[in-house]
Design a protein around this ligand. Structure first.
Ligand SMILES: [Cu+2]
Length: 121
């Protein structure tokens, strides 16, 4: 390998490393950005007094939906098909969705007036 070839392969390597670093920082920025509260890909639902925000969310299969309690009243997240949180005023509840479908849930304390739906595509 000539000195010129070595220099040009080094600069190629440097460009590749810089390119990767640039790509990774873009990826990091993307994953930190706020997602639309009602659109595709929502993964966090806020459990408030006395509703869920947003009440309807659509996610893709493989998404874990993260419920976070933010009010001061007691609430649950209780899915019609079984999984349920405990009654609590603070904390979180996670559910991983691996099968497409519509998953209604409600608060066992407040009943149908506090309900939501996760649609998994
Ligand atoms: Cu409630």
């Amino acid at each position: 390998m000539t000195a010129l070839q070595r220099r040009s392969s080094m600069s190629f390597l440097r460009r590749t490393v810089l390119g990767l670093a640039g790509g990774l920082s873009l990826f990091a920025l993307g994953s930190c950005s706020e997602r639309s509260p009602t659109g595709l890909g929502v993964s966090t639902i806020h459990v408030q007094d006395d509703d869920y925000s947003p009440p309807a969310a659509t996610v893709t299969t493989g998404t874990t939906v993260h419920f976070i309690w933010e009010g001061s009243n007691q609430h649950t997240v209780s899915f019609n098909d079984g999984p349920t949180s405990i009654v609590q005023t603070t904390g979180t509840f996670d559910r991983l969705f691996t099968v497409a479908g519509v998953y209604p849930y409600l608060c066992a304390v407040h009943g149908a007036s506090m309900s939501g739906t996760i649609t998994v595509q």
